[in-house]
Design a protein around this ligand. Structure first.
Ligand code: N01
Length: 568
């Protein structure tokens, strides 16, 4: 046994492992590194895919690329790793991210503790033995003291239940489960359903490959040009040299990107100056557009200055007035849904081989053997591409069929919506940790930065429990309720919950309870709350034999962070 797998002692109830981690994407890999290589625990990772990458293993649709800039879409825990890796473009492409994660896996010798091609089918708390029993589709039962879900927020594909899909004689694909061998679309009539971040990314590439592309749009969307390009040698050198500044910056900003949201008010800025700032941001491109003013997500009137600018851009680009009207008829404030960025999305509608169908005017009624039929007509298709998103945040966790203390199913406990403390723990589920779970900043941030923060907090917490001889930790129901109220309260200060069709609210999945899921108070504030909770002996959590943790009050800790940057 080498240092990596050294066994520090007996486990409660004779558990085989100290920790089982589900998932080997950004989150699972780093969690494994921390628990095994730093704490010396015996750790087993279970991963459904044949390789590492998580989201980036499955999302191989043409044009798949990250919307975060490459200098910040990576780990920061190792300066050596940061120096060793070189991104080729402003935004990292899917294949390049996979290669990066492969490098991380080899560099930290992680592969030997990952079980690939194995799906977790259930996880049950054994109260008497004080351990988790994890079941897989290979028929195994694996036991561990701690169970850590690192399953990603956007990994349960949402394929709408359109009548007749099973009769379709062509082929259909969801972008989040794209065939690894690719799909030959030459000479094909392709129908694309969905115009979110993915649909906006994939459409120009589908249009270039297919004979004809029909885009079915339910909700029109804003988009800002990404302005992707290769990084120059000078930029690559600067990125390496500025590692520390970038690391400190992403940890201090509201959403984990390497730029702050301006404190300036759109409403208080004179129209000419405001326009000049929007013009400059449009030229810069990417998600930075939403950082131009600090009140874009707190004032509908301020937001409208950005929204009207962007709608005008759509009308400038799209030549056909009817298409331009449908594309710019947007029903929500800018960035109140996740704002897409693109490469030639609106330009795609100027191609002869691209049509747009307005599903508000003619909803889809069924899929026929030959294509898609709306209330107006049938569209013959050879291939349907579903860019219809995910059962976000809760979907991947519920798919694990977790049962906590006294056999309570997570699915039942969350029937009215997710209940967590800090998005990290769930009452009634001792020693279960959820990396970037609902109630944490998660999808409102640059994910690797949030993931690092969570994985480190969890590792520190487990280290603390072991040092202090505490057998378990669990969110108290009262603290989880208090946290849920705080999550709602900060969301309600913004325009985010005002959007009808938003996956942040679970509104994209029929039957899913409506609850605003991510924490909108900002990553910097959230990090401070988590740090303060740990430093004060875990108030809000129940330790070991039902002992409440420290005397400190969670309410007071949260209130004390009010001033930490919380602009969204
Ligand atoms: O999914 P979405 P996505 N009939 O849910 C439509 C991340 N991401 O995969 O708005 C017809 O945003 C739906 O319409 P509506 C990123 O966080 C990251 O695009 O519900 N249409 C919408 O247009 C992003 O936000 C990167 O009315 C239906 C679309 O499908 C998240 O993934 C890149 C429908 C779904 O949009 C999800 O984005 C890409 C139906 N029955 C994505 N059901 C990075 O760069 C749904 N739609 C990291």
């Amino acid at each position: 046994m080498d240092a990596g797998t050294r066994d520090p002692g007996a486990r409660p109830g004779g558990a085989e492992y100290d920790a089982v981690i589900v998932g080997a994407g950004f989150a699972g890999l780093y969690q494994l590194h921390l628990l095994r290589n730093r704490l010396g625990l015996r750790v087993h990772v279970i991963e459904a895919a044949e390789g590492v990458g998580g989201t980036w293993w499955w999302n191989r649709y043409p044009g798949a690329r990250c919307d975060s800039e490459s200098l910040s879409y990576c780990y920061f825990f190792s300066p050596e790793l940061y120096a060793e890796w070189e991104w080729s473009e402003r935004y990292p492409g899917q294949e390049e991210i996979r290669r990066y994660l492969d490098l991380v896996t080899e560099r930290f010798d992680l592969r030997r503790d990952i079980r690939f091609s194995t799906r977790v089918t259930g996880a049950r708390r054994d109260d008497a033995a004080g351990l988790w029993i994890v079941e897989t589709d290979k028929g195994e039962r694996i036991t561990a003291t701690y169970l850590i879900t690192a399953v990603g927020c956007l990994s349960s594909a949402n394929v709408p239940k359109i009548p007749g899909l099973d009769r379709f004689e062509g082929r259909w694909y969801h972008t989040g489960a794209w065939p690894h061998e690719g799909v030959d679309l030459s000479g094909k009539r392709v129908g694309q359903i969905g115009t979110g971040s993915t649909g906006i990314q994939v459409a120009p590439v589908l249009a270039a490959q297919a004979e004809h592309l029909t885009i079915f749009q339910r909700t029109a969307n804003y988009s800002v040009p990404a302005r992707n390009r290769p990084l120059t040698p000078e930029e690559k050198r600067r990125i390496r040299e500025e590692y520390e500044e970038t690391r400190d910056l992403v940890r201090a900003t509201t959403n984990g990107h390497a730029y702050h949201i301006s404190a300036k008010s759109a409403l208080e800025t004179p129209p000419d100056e405001r326009r000049a700032l929007y013009d400059a941001a449009w030229e810069t491109g990417g998600l930075r557009f939403r950082t131009v003013f600090g009140d874009l997500l707190t004032s509908a009137e301020a937001n409208e200055t950005a929204a009207s600018y962007l709608r005008e851009k759509i009308r400038d680009v799209v030549e056909d007035p009817e298409k331009a009207r449908i594309l710019s008829d947007i029903d929500h404030p800018y960035a109140a849904k996740r704002p897409p960025i693109d490469t030639d999305y609106f330009e795609t509608f100027n191609r002869d081989n691209v049509d747009l169908v307005d599903l508000r005017a003619e909803p889809i009624e069924e899929v026929t053997t030959r294509g898609v039929r709306t209330s107006a007509r049938e569209y013959p298709l050879d291939v349907i591409v579903f860019a219809t998103g995910f059962d976000a945040l809760t979907g991947p966790l519920l798919a694990l069929n977790i049962q906590g203390r006294d056999g309570i199913a997570l699915r039942d406990f969350w029937r009215e919506g997710p209940r967590t403390l800090l998005g990290l723990q769930i009452p009634g589920f001792p020693n279960l940790f959820t990396v970037t779970g609902p109630g944490s900043p998660s999808v409102l941030t640059n994910m690797p930065v949030s993931i690092e923060q969570h994985a480190e907090w969890i590792a520190d917490c487990i280290g603390w429990l072991r040092e202090n001889g505490v057998s378990s930790i669990e969110a108290s129901p009262e603290a989880a309720a208090e946290w849920g109220a705080h999550v709602n309260e900060v969301a309600n200060r913004t325009l985010l919950p005002t959007v009808k069709h938003s996956w942040y609210l679970g509104a994209n999945v029929p039957g899913k309870p409506r609850a605003f899921m991510p924490y909108a108070g900002g990553l910097a504030r959230y990090r401070k709350i988590c740090d303060d909770v740990a430093a004060n002996g875990y108030p809000g959590f129940v330790l070991g034999e039902k002992k409440p943790a420290a005397d400190a009050s969670l309410t007071e800790l949260v209130a004390a962070t009010e001033g930490v940057t919380s602009r969204v």
